[in-house]
Design a protein around this ligand. Sequence first.
Ligand code: NI
Length: 150
Amino acid sequence: MAIYNIVEIGDEVLREKAKAVPKITRNILKLLDNMAKTMYSARGVGLAAPQVGISKRVIVVDAGEGLLELINPEIIFAEGEQVDTEACLSIPGVTGEVARAYTVHVKYLDRYGKENIIKAKGFPAIIFQHEIDHLDGILFIDRARSVTKV
Ligand code: NI
């Protein structure tokens, strides 16, 4: 396993619409493993493949309840609102206040190619929305009501 370099704002890959994964290959499994390792190494709670320079629809999340690996994640339900402070490994030294849905349901494929739906509320729901935004080239500063340098 390897730790990837995390690309930072200014790199075009962060602004691209990432491509769906058509088939779960050994390379995709390796990507998942290395993304998890990279996320934990950086003490992040979520990481999207474009943040390691790979424009594919893959995210990893750990909101404190264990590792979740999502391939082709899609928000199929969103409800309510919450405003919280966000940061991003690709935008060092900046936080922002962002309004997000309070509850989301996310459909995705797991590493075995099985379709699942995860229901999240509160902090984990924020992470899913933030990471899935990365797959569409959207950064939290695009949505922030205010931005602070830290
Ligand atoms: Ni981010």
